[in-house]
Write a new protein. Structure first.
Lengths: 410, 410
């Protein structure tokens, strides 16, 4: 029997209990051992829930119990999760987490503590909910140099953008609807400003580079400025707009960005709708691959947490290698990265085209029915720095959205 | 250093050598050890290839060399691959294979020999080429009861059906084109009759049930009877036709089938085109997930093989658990499985509708422009047995194609 403790009895924590209760038989078979929840740490009591008999309020009960081999941290936030996790590892317990904020901030350190003690610190559920992308990178695509990883990593914003695309709704409407449905929080900032996706791509970037990528270094732009007019242009171009979190290799460098982007029908992420997440990966041997699933939600997330518990139960006293050193990786400056740009400009296309092309070079002009007094252009590939400099020379730029094209095959 | 031998220097075998030569640094880092190819077994010589110095013609050289810890079997076919694999395992060497025919036929036995000796027999590349579906089932989705697994597992037929759908081409044309492009073999039977997909779904069915599923027991229908007329009806219904290999849980039973099926735009497999493969999975906790990538090709397949080598190098003398017992699983008879059916019937819809509905109950009638003297119907859900009995009462049935709907959420 492997005794475990769950820290935090919120949505994910209660999901973990439910998954283990529902699928206990097959989970135990796969773990090669019976997984037993001995304690659940929460400040609250749950008098009407059978879990009450396992509830403890003091983390020391868990840390001081030598029977506890695995601790599930599903509290969220940096503190006290960070201190508790560190103390658990130092006490010889492996830890599983769904806490993306903590992993993005202190992942390298916690992994190194685990490695030094032949323990494990696993965090599959921190990115992409039920999509096994972390294990894919660590254990599956091990023969490849990962050249690109681009994901739709936030379900709330993907739900909103899908609604805007398919129903022609505007940002404020869909945000309200998402909040009413419980898909967006009352304070939606972490989702709509891209902060959540940024932490997730920081984790994935660290895993593919093997070095620490600080989320503060990643250029991050949310979806708050995306309008139904933008979607009209996207449709006209045979494209849609998605909030993409992306990390690409350029030689020894990595370029990471979170921003709304236009993608065409041919892109594997085009059809990822509603609250679903997906991660596109390009390996130098594998070519293109994509992983798709529920990026959030109680049971999918808990399923990923419990899969990590199974892995740790199979590897008690044996570190599963993870390449993520503390050494910091300097990202390629955004100014040096190249792409096409979609730009909305006020005025009349016919009369302004020459002026615009004098600055940007040849562009494709696009107009959308019912949108007067403005037009759209698609530039040729140029660096962000070049775009910045050139766009400053043009009056009446209303909005710019980057165009994401799949990298050419090597 | 971990010494390995590669048996077979064909497409995949030379790909394995290329992957290890190209990505050696990161592969060794991930394996925690240097992977060294000591021998390559082939009947031929390759005088102009640097591999020649490693070529051996006698399998005993490999089997009798105690330095060889891992053997890569990429010969294909049942014999001599089966005998060689068994002898390697009995001599204490772990084995990696891409050989779906051998795994489908003797997987349970070879796994049990490996387990008894604390060795590993891994076969990621046998299903879905570079898509890590086997490892996803064995190591990632371990907290779930897998309720359904449905895949596009054959790139050749998917390429052909994509061409038929998007270009309105007919079967013979696209087969010829696929053969000219090297996507289909001169004798295309294994692909177009569904035999290849059948072996792959047999392997996946064994993995999700933990018991032996014999491929001979799986109802298998190829794409040879699919016409451009069928595609016209599919388009009219907002659907497409894919060769699906599927395994679904019904209580304690499993229903497995390989057959062309109509799927709607909402199905995650709808957009999987050309030679790409994809596997849709529904877990009782996870919900829906999908894995997408190159199902074949030298480097994607070799990438999966080498990822298995890395895993075995990390687990020398330690069996990685796989639930696949020798005990045979009896599949649910196809007659008892239920679905909707699309049926093409000769004659005029208006005059025959009553007769048809007297037999099938209410149906949806569908006609396609330019197709005279026939019409299509979509029945309500019924069992295959019921369909068989009812359709025998109607004259002039031209073709039947099953309709695949996603299972309702539990």
């Amino acid at each position: 029997m492997v005794n475990i403790a769950v820290m935090g009895y919120g949505t994910v924590g209660s999901g973990v209990v439910e998954v283990i209760n529902t699928n206990g038989d097959i989970i135990n078979q796969r773990a090669g051992n019976e997984i037993n929840i001995k304690y659940v740490l929460d400040l609250r009591d749950f008098p009407d829930d059978p879990i009450q008999e396992k509830i403890v309020h003091d983390v020391d009960v868990i840390i001081n119990d030598p029977e506890i081999k695995i601790v599930v941290e599903v509290m969220g936030g940096i503190e006290p999760a960070y201190t508790f996790t560190k103390r658990c590892l130092e006490a010889g317990k492996s830890v599983v987490t769904s806490n993306k904020a903590l992993v993005a901030k202190h992942g390298a350190e916690l992994l190194s503590i685990a490695r030094d003690r032949e323990l494990n610190y696993l965090f599959e559920a921190s990115v992409g909910g039920g999509i096994p992308i972390i294990r894919a990178l660590n254990s599956c695509l091990t023969a490849d140099k990962i050249e690109e990883i681009t994901g739709i990593l936030n379900g709330t914003t993907n739900y909103m953008l899908s609604k805007m695309f398919y129903e022609g709704a505007d940002y404020d409407e869909v945000l309200k609807e998402a909040q009413d449905n419980g898909y967006a929080e009352r304070n939606p900032e972490a989702d709509v400003e891209g902060y959540d996706a940024c932490r997730k791509i920081a984790i994935l970037s660290s895993l593919i580079s093997g070095q620490q990528v600080d989320f503060e270094d990643i250029y991050t732009e949310g979806i708050t400025k995306i309008t139904k007019q933008d979607m009209m242009y996207a449709k006209k171009l045979g494209m849609t707009i998605k909030l993409l979190a992306s990390s690409k290799r350029h030689g020894d460098h990595l370029h990471a960005i979170v921003a709304p982007a236009m993608i065409s029908k041919e892109h594997p992420l085009y059809n990822i709708n509603d609250v679903f997440n997906a991660v596109f990966v390009h390996g130098n041997m594998l070519g293109d691959a994509m992983f798709y699933g529920s990026g959030a939600g109680k049971l999918p997330t808990a399923s990923a947490v419990v899969a990590d518990v199974v892995d740790e139960a199979k590897h008690l006293k044996r570190n599963i290698m993870t390449m993520w050193k503390n050494e910091k990786l300097t990202l390629l400056p955004i100014e040096d990265t190249c792409k096409k740009f979609f730009v909305r400009i006020s005025g009349d296309a016919d009369s302004r085209r020459e002026e615009v092309e004098n600055v940007f070079g040849p562009v494709t002009v696009v107009t959308a029915d019912g949108l007067n007094g403005e037009f759209g252009i698609v530039t040729d590939v140029m660096s962000e720095g070049e775009y910045k400099e050139k766009s400053a020379q043009i009056d009446g730029i209303l909005h710019m959205i980057r165009i994401e094209e799949q990298q050419a095959e090597d």
